[in-house]
Design a protein around this ligand. Structure first.
Ligand code: PA5
Length: 417
């Protein structure tokens, strides 16, 4: 594994016996879900079938495309966004992700894209989510007006359930290029299905290496995932209602956004698996190192002791030297010859030690370097950790009834029913 979990001083804050017991339970659960056909995310690292399907679709798309417009929301957008922003320098096409219905952004995007050189990928597992569907109607109309119906239809790829839903119906009726989302993989666990693989592969990302990393995590990462889950569980029970992800990497910042959804939707639940009202789940928040040291750390050190911290640090990174400018001036000379890598690491260590001095619980993920395989490892590791944590909580981490109700009310307000 290119990721290492450093428990720092957390061992002093937990009782060994209880920890070991939970670890054992969690590992057993991880093993069980890997064999359970109803839970599909654990199978994804081992199959190249989605990459093959995606490549067949790509071969059928028109030549001369330089932009992919992804229309999706939540689990249908956040995975691609995370990978896109991490590897922005390797993209061979622009990947625009529309996961909001702010009319100003829609207007601006409509003005800047060239339909002739753009493919639309509308993604909705259910095939009925109002945001991607309304965006699809809007952009298809734009393409049709500009290119004519036949040409516009050739620039559409639909990603949705393989058999059911209105979007599947539309795709089949119009003979659109389409990809299926496996039934047993929920939206927020779906980045390694065609939901993420199509847009990423089409825009130049090596998705085989992403899967390779995920497979590595599946083979060697379960004990780390379960340890993370046990820590989340134990500290939540100790009143740490907030989990702060402190990410010392700009490239990895969107991983935090992806994880916030995975964590929040999977673990924030009203009832447990026996139907008892429990209303549980910690709130994950995101902090960027070093930037948020100057905005949040005062609160984190001296405010309420209700937080568990997970730090993320990249060991091997492109480095930049701080040169010996203003050498005649003494005040800044301590920085001469240091690198920005040294600076960011020192600041990360300083913040961790300061929090530890205040008795705040923290763990550190040390990441060897950022590449496709590490990203794949992160994806699988945190999906498994979230699933195991749900099991320890005694809730179902794979549903999201609280989201569904808002969707229904919004549609009623629009006159759907
Ligand atoms: O994780 C989830 O299930 C959700 O966040 C969904 O991805 C989101 O609500 C979008 O749903 P759909 O893909 O059905 O449009």
């Amino acid at each position: 594994m290119k990721i290492n979990l450093n428990l720092r001083k957390i061992n002093n804050l937990i009782e060994d016996k209880q920890f070991d017991l939970l670890l054992e339970k969690g590992l057993k659960f991880a093993e069980d879900i890997e064999k359970d056909d109803a839970i599909g995310f654990t199978d994804l690292p081992e199959t190249d079938r989605y990459i093959k399907q995606v490549k067949t679709v790509i071969e059928r798309l028109p030549e001369g495309i330089d932009t992919l417009l992804l229309l999706g929301i939540g689990g249908s957008a956040l995975g691609a966004k995370m990978v896109r922003d991490c590897f922005a320098d390797r993209l061979t096409k622009e990947l625009i992700i529309m996961d909001n219905v702010d009319p100003e952004t829609i207007h601006h995007t409509a003005k800047r894209i060239n339909p002739e050189k753009t493919v639309i990928n509308v993604i909705s597992k259910s095939g009925s989510t109002v945001e991607p569907i309304s965006l699809f109607k809007f952009f298809f109309n734009l393409f049709e007006l500009e290119l004519g119906r036949e040409k516009a239809l050739k620039r559409i790829v639909v990603t949705t359930d393989s058999v059911k839903g209105n979007l599947r119906k539309l795709a089949d009726e119009l003979g659109l290029l389409s990809l299926g989302v496996p039934d047993n993989v929920g939206g927020r666990f779906s980045v390694l299905t065609p939901v993420g693989i199509f847009p990423l592969e089409y825009c130049g990302i090596d998705t085989e290496s992403l899967l390779k990393g995920a497979l590595n995590a599946k083979r060697h990462g379960n004990s780390m995932a379960v340890t993370g889950a046990v820590i989340d569980y134990l500290f939540y029970n100790k009143g740490k209602n907030i989990k702060v992800l402190f990410i010392y990497s700009d490239k990895l910042y969107r991983f935090g956004e992806w994880y916030l959804q995975l964590f929040g939707e999977s673990l924030g639940k009203r009832v447990d698996t026996k139907g008892n009202e429990v209303n549980l789940g910690a709130t994950a928040v995101l902090a960027k190192g070093v930037t948020d040291q100057h905005s949040q750390v005062q609160l984190y050190r001296e405010g309420p002791d209700d937080k568990l911290f997970a730090f993320f640090k990249i060991k091997d990174k492109t480095d930049v030297l701080i040169p010996d400018s203003f050498s005649e001036f003494d005040g800044f000379s301590y920085l001469n010859g240091k690198t920005f890598s040294k600076l960011i690491d020192a600041e990360c260590e300083g913040t961790m030690q300061a929090l530890e001095k205040s008795g705040r619980p923290l763990i550190l993920y040390e990441i060897e370097n950022i590449d496709y395989e590490t990203m794949g490892e992160l994806i699988y590791l945190f999906e498994m950790q979230t699933a195991v944590c749900g099991y320890l909580y005694g809730i179902n981490p794979f549903d999201q009834p609280g989201v569904e109700e808002g969707k229904v009310i919004a549609k009623k307000l629009l006159g759907y029913y």
